[in-house]
Design a protein around this ligand. Structure first.
Ligand code: ADP
Ligand code: MG
Length: 696
């Protein structure tokens, strides 16, 4: 058994290490940067760099890298070694403050949405001192933001930091209105629960679709799926136990607060939940978590699938983004208060989130849109593509009471009066917690459940922070100029709850009647990425992000292109892989098997001329018809694919994929999936769903 406290954070250059290794004055100066965002002077940077290098070398590092999050959604690193040649032919290990603070990776191959021509591709990375450096394998990784020379963000961290700052500024204004002058900083906090699938590496290697696209493009339904519900929280299989132990130890070394592990609903599906931290750190750590999950799996002869929908007919994987706001004094602003004043404050922040979500359903949907997640949103067990909010019975009753002026408690006939009453207890773990809601209040935080499992959480949280900051700003503007704060506050909360009541839905989000009901309420149902992206550049959205200083309109236009391009690239790879598997795997397997059966018939008839061979004939007739049909479907798919690629600009191409290519993919797959169970075990083209899901 490892000594967990000793192991935890052992590869992280955290504040404890900084304090131990830096001269007192240097540590003090660095702490000012960490706490108050004061710029670091070069002298301090040099001392920090030296201490960091010495520490990293002790941990086995020979290289350093500016670790950043380009718009690909994964992390990037380019390693430089510490060696510096000396005149006598030897080397010393050196690392300067300048190298720590700023880097210049050649950025020409990262997506920028047409913003930079290759000749001006230089971008630079800047250390984000609020996220700790760490040693991974033989490299000191320094978390950095990635910008262009004109100051535009080329990454996901910069906008996230900007959005957190926007929220900080507006939340402080609100707190001041409630008489709080001691709080100096408000941060958002996030705990992302991460779902994933594990399959055997040998089987994985035999499936081109998994290797090339991360999901199965073919596969007949196995005789057993998740209908028995015998996987959720079930005892873990030995190989999974070994994997999870290794995973936890590795994550702990990197200072990641891996807390909960369990089997999920689908066979071979699992979850890891960390303890929450500041959003910026949480986003870094989630990126690292995904990387570690994949690497550790390989050590065990396993492969970790982070795709949102690796298997048709089974639950997909998501990432539940638990989100709240917290002061530097440790007060959770979404924790219902126990005094009338704290209550009123809580209700105002809650109202801000409700208004922000209702007014920006499109932005939230867009923030989680990806080719993979399109398969998941609205499908089995996933939250629907419609954004709505669940508040729980108690809170809904309270808000309804404020809205309608009616009693919230039937028994005591009590009405809710803001600023005068204490809230009734809001149980954190109401048993009826709604698992189908995309945006659920869970006692002292919101859980945004629409995020896909492979998604960087930076994007959704940038949006969440920005829309709430924008709303808080409106509230602060109104309340700061009010003559009588209490009556203005009452009027504001009542007005906003009434106006945005339509977003509150406590019912079953998986029920098909909800789609009609949501439409009646005027809620958006943006089923696919292109449909959602069509709204991204609406004037309302550009105004919001630019006013909050989160994205420039140039950045937004580039995100628009990048997102659509990535979407069509993924589909392009999927179609090509499908066609290749049909030609190289499925057809040849069917031919071989048909040939074997035909031979059996000929051989048998030569011995027993009267043999009818009816079942063989029936099978051959069926198979040969299906193979012909598959060829026709594949040809049709290929034609539609070629024509989609020529549809015009990136939006036109993406839409063509939705309307013509994706349906053709489904039709093609359906025929192949009919062929699969007819082929003998020894002839099958690749491991089946049953193999992948149950052979661990
Ligand atoms: P579950 O939703 O599985 O029942 P919990 O409610 O205990 O689990 O927590 C889920 C996640 O929410 C954990 O990652 C936890 O750290 C995180 N969380 C708890 N409090 C907060 C908060 N104030 N801000 C952000 N995340 C939080
Ligand atoms: Mg949860």
């Amino acid at each position: 058994m490892p000594n967990v406290p000793e192991l935890f954070g052992s590869m992280v250059f955290n504040q404890k290490v900084m304090k131990e290794r830096l001269p007192k004055e240097t540590f003090k100066a660095l702490k000012k940067t960490l706490d108050d965002g004061e710029p670091l002077n070069l002298d301090v940077a040099n001392q920090v760099a030296h201490a960091m290098k010495e520490w990293a070398i002790e941990k086995g590092a020979t290289h350093f890298t500016h670790w950043f999050q380009p718009l690909t959604g994964i992390t990037a690193e380019k390693h430089d070694s510490f060696i510096t040649p000396q005149s006598d032919g030897t080397v010393i290990m050196s690392f300067s403050g300048k190298e720590l603070v700023k880097g210049e990776p050649d950025a020409s191959s990262f997506p920028s949405g047409g913003r930079r021509a290759t000749f001006e591709a230089r971008g630079y990375t800047v250390w984000d001192p609020t996220a700790y450096p760490f040693v991974k394998e033989h490299t000191l990784c320094i978390p950095t933001a990635f910008c262009s020379y004109t100051g535009e963000a080329l990454d996901k961290k910069t906008p996230l930091l900007r959005s957190m700052e926007a929220l900080n500024k507006q939340a402080l204004r609100i707190l001041k209105l409630f008489g709080n002058t001691s709080t100096t900083h408000v941060s958002t906090t996030v705990g992302p629960e991460q779902e994933y699938f594990i399959v055997d590496e040998k089987l994985y290697n035999q499936r081109k679709d998994l290797r090339m696209t991360g999901r199965t493009l073919f596969g007949a339904k196995p005789s057993k799926g998740q209908e028995m519900d015998d996987q959720y929280f079930a005892a873990l299989k030995p190989r999974i136990v070994a994997y999870m132990e290794d995973l936890n130890n590795t994550l702990w070394k990197y200072g990641i607060l891996s807390k909960t592990e369990h089997n999920e609903v689908a066979p071979a599906q699992h979850e890891m939940a960390p303890i929450f931290s500041t959003t910026n750190l949480s986003a870094d750590q989630n990126q690292l978590t995904m990387e570690v999950m994949k690497k550790v799996a390989r050590r065990h002869g396993l492969v970790c699938l982070l795709h949102e929908k690796p298997f048709a007919g089974l639950n997909g994987s998501g990432k539940h983004n638990n989100w709240s706001m917290s002061t530097n004094e440790g007060e959770n602003l979404l924790e219902p208060g126990d005094t009338p004043r704290k209550n009123a404050q809580f209700l105002l922040f809650l109202t801000a989130v409700i208004k922000a979500v209702d007014e920006n359903q499109d932005l939230l949907r867009i923030s989680v849109a990806s080719a993979g997640n399109d398969h998941r949103l609205g499908a089995n067990e996933a939250p629907p593509a419609i954004i709505s909010m669940y508040l729980g019975d108690e809170l809904e009753a309270v808000l309804k009471s404020i809205k309608d002026g009616t009693p919230y408690d039937d028994k005591s006939q009590q009405k809710m009066s803001i600023g005068a009453d204490v809230l009734p207890p809001i149980p954190k773990d109401s048993t009826d917690r709604n698992r189908t809601s995309p945006f659920a209040f869970t006692g002292n935080k919101f859980e945004f459940r629409s995020c896909g499992s492979s998604l960087s959480i930076s994007g959704p949280n940038t949006t969440l922070d920005a829309i709430v900051a924008y709303t808080l700003k409106q509230f602060a503007d109104e309340l700061e100029s009010a003559k009588d704060f209490d009556s203005a506050l009452n009027a504001l909360i009542k007005r906003e709850i009434t106006e945005h009541w339509k977003i509150v839905f406590n019912g079953n989000g998986y029920d098909s009647s909800w789609i009609a009901e949501a439409e009646k309420r005027g809620l958006l149902n943006l089923r696919t990425l292109p449909e959602a992206m069509e709204r991204y550049l609406d004037a309302k959205n550009i105004k919001l992000f630019t006013e909050m200083g989160v994205y420039t309109d140039v950045e937004m236009k580039s995100h628009f292109e990048i997102k659509l391009e990535k979407y069509t690239q993924i589909l392009n790879i999927e179609v090509e892989t499908m066609l290749e598997m049909i030609n190289k795997d499925i057809m040849p397997a069917a031919f071989k098997y048909m040939n074997a059966v035909s031979k059996t018939v000929i051989d048998l008839k030569s011995v027993v001329p009267s043999a009818k061979c009816a079942s063989e004939s029936a099978l051959l007739t069926k198979l040969s018809a299906l193979v012909d049909e598959l060829a026709v479907k594949a040809e049709d798919l290929s034609k539609k694919h070629i024509s989609a690629k020529q549809a015009g600009d990136c939006m036109a191409v993406a839409k063509e994929y939705v309307s013509s290519v994706i349906p053709a993919m489904a039709e093609t797959r359906a025929v192949a999936d009919e062929i699969e169970p007819l082929i003998g075990e020894d002839y099958k083209p690749f491991p089946s769903y049953e193999d992948l899901l149950f052979r661990i």
